[in-house]
Design a protein around this ligand. Structure first.
Ligand code: FES
Ligand SMILES: [Fe+2]
Length: 415
C-alpha cells in the first residue's frame, strides 16, 4: 500500500496493483470530494459548458456549473463567448437565477450591483451614499470588482471553460484523435432539440466509469441486445487519447457474424421472440460515412458526446456532493435536417435520457454500487477486463478506458 495524498484529512491508500483497483473510499469520502473540486474542476482541466448553438445572439446566456461551482456563460456585445462564476462580487449572492435568456445586464437582487455580459461591474446603487452620507469609500474602484472570470475556448461550436489560467490549449488537451471524433459529429451547424436532467444517488465517478465501460452495454441493457442494436460481437473498439483520460467506444452497424457467441453463452440479452409494437421508434437513416452506428465519447472530467444511431446528444456530468450527481442532456440535430429526420431523432431519443429504454439502467446501477460499498471503503473494485494496461483496443470486452480515467485521476489528485 502506498500512502499518498497528504492534503486529504483521511489518507487514501491506493492498492499496489494500481489502476486495476479502485479503493471504494474515493466514492464516498467528503475530503476526497473537496480535493476533487480544487484539483480537478478548478485545476488544469477543460470543462464542457454549452454549445454555441444555445447562445446564437449577443446577450444570450445560460447558467451551468463547473464541478459544483455555479457559472454563467454569455455571448457579449462583440459576439465573444464569456463565462464567470455566478457569485456576486459584493457579498456572494447568486446573480443570475434563470437557466437561460437574453440580457444586457445581470443585476444582483440583493443590492442591485449590475454587471455586463463580460462580468464587469457597471453599476453600484448608493455608491455616493444618500444626501452625502454613507456610500463607498473614495478608493472604491469598480474595475476591481468584476465577477470571477473563467478562461474560455471553443472547438467545433462546443464551449469549454477552465479555472486554471495555465491550462494547456483546448485542442492540445483533447488531443488529435479526440478532436477528430468531435469534428465527426459537429461537422456542420447544429440546433438544439431539447433537454433532460436527471439526479442520481451515486458519486459522479461511478457514472463516468459506466460511460467508459463498453463491457456492460450488451449485458445490462437488454433492450440493446434484444433488438440487435448493440452486441459485443459487433465490430468495434475503444480509442483513447495519449493520456488515457478521454475515450471513444465505437461500434459498426449490425452484422450477423458472431451472433452465435450470444446464443452459446445463453446470455439473457439474446432473445429474439420480442417484437416492438411500434418499430418506427427505431427507424433511422445511415448518416455517417464511416459506418459507425454507435459512438460514445468521454472528455475528462465530465462530458459525454453520444451518437446512438441518429440520436445525438451531449451529456454533462455534475458532482453534487460525495454521493450525488446530476446528468444534463442536450439533444441536437443539424440545421439542415428535414422534418422527417428531426422526427426520427426525437423518436429514437426514447432510447436515452433518464427514462430511456437503454439508459434507464445506467441511472440506476450507480446507486446499486453506492449501496453495495457503503461499509467497505477500505476495499477495492476489480478492473482487469481486457488486461491491466491503458491503451486503445480493437474490441469492447474491456475496461481499458476505465483504467485510463483512474490513471489521470490519480495524477491530478496526487494519490
Ligand atoms: S450581494 Fe450582490 S449586490 Fe450585494
Ligand atoms: Fe450503459
Amino acid at each position: 500500500m502506498s500512502k499518498l495524498g497528504t492534503e486529504t484529512t483521511e489518507i487514501i491508500s491506493w492498492p499496489e496493483e494500481g489502476v486495476t483497483r479502485v479503493p471504494y473510499q474515493v466514492y464516498m469520502d467528503p475530503s476526497v470530494y473537496e480535493q476533487e473540486q480544487l484539483r480537478i474542476y478548478r485545476g488544469p482541466t477543460w470543462n464542457f459548458l454549452a454549445l454555441e448553438a444555445e447562445l446564437p445572439q449577443s446577450g444570450d446566456y445560460k447558467t451551468t456549473f463547473v464541478g459544483d461551482t455555479p457559472v454563467v456563460v454569455t455571448r457579449d456585445r462583440d459576439g465573444e463567448i464569456r463565462a464567470f462564476v455566478n457569485r456576486c462580487s459584493h457579498r456572494g449572492a447568486t446573480v443570475c437565477m434563470d437557466s437561460c435568456g437574453n440580457t444586457k445586464t445581470f443585476t444582483c437582487v440583493y443590492h442591485a450591483w449590475a454587471f455586463d455580459a463580460k462580468g464587469d461591474l457597471k453599476g453600484v446603487p448608493f455608491r455616493s451614499g444618500v444626501e452625502g452620507k454613507g456610500g463607498m469609500p473614495e478608493d472604491f474602484d469598480t474595475s476591481k470588482h468584476a465577477l470571477h472570470k473563467l478562461r474560455i475556448e471553443t472547438f467545433c461550436g462546443v464551449i469549454f471553460g477552465s479555472f486554471d489560467p495555465h491550462v494547456m490549449p483546448l485542442q492540445e488537451y483533447l488531443g488529435e484523435k479526440m478532436c477528430g471524433y468531435i469534428r465527426r459529429v459537429f461537422n456542420r451547424p447544429v440546433h438544439v432539440l431539447g433537454y433532460n436532467r436527471q439526479s442520481m444517488n451515486n458519486n459522479w465517478k461511478i457514472y463516468f466509469e459506466n460511460v467508459k465501460d463498453s463491457y456492460h452495454a450488451s449485458i445490462l441493457h437488454t433492450f440493446f441486445s434484444t433488438f440487435g442494436l448493440n452486441r459485443l460481437s459487433q465490430r468495434g473498439g475503444i480509442d483513447m487519447d495519449d493520456t488515457g483520460m478521454h475515450h471513444v467506444s465505437y461500434t459498426y452497424g449490425s452484422s450477423n457474424e458472431n451472433e452465435d457467441t450470444y446464443k452459446q453463452a445463453n446470455l439473457r440479452s439474446f432473445n429474439s421472440k420480442y417484437k416492438l409494437e411500434d418499430p418506427t421508434m427505431l427507424e433511422g437513416r445511415k448518416e455517417f460515412a464511416d459506418g459507425i452506428t454507435l459512438a460514445i465519447q468521454s472528455i475528462f472530467p465530465g462530458m459525454v458526446l453520444q451518437q446512438i444511431h441518429n440520436t445525438l446528444a451531449v451529456r454533462q456530468l455534475l458532482p453534487k456532493g460525495p454521493e450525488k450527481c446530476e446528468l444534463h442532456w442536450t439533444y441536437f440535430g443539424y440545421e439542415d435536417d428535414d422534418d422527417q429526420m428531426t422526427t426520427m431523432r426525437m423518436k429514437q431519443s426514447n432510447l436515452v435520457g433518464p427514462a430511456g429504454f437503454v439508459s434507464l439502467e445506467d441511472g440506476g446501477v450507480g446507486e446499486l454500487v453506492q449501496r453495495g460499498i457503503v461499509r467497505d471503503k477500505d476495499k477495492s473494485s476489480f478492473v482487469e477486463m481486457g488486461g491491466k494496461t491503458v491503451q486503445s483496443q480493437e474490441f469492447r470486452a474491456t475496461e481499458t478506458s476505465i483504467r485510463g480515467f483512474w490513471k489521470r485521476y490519480r495524477e491530478l489528485m496526487g494519490y
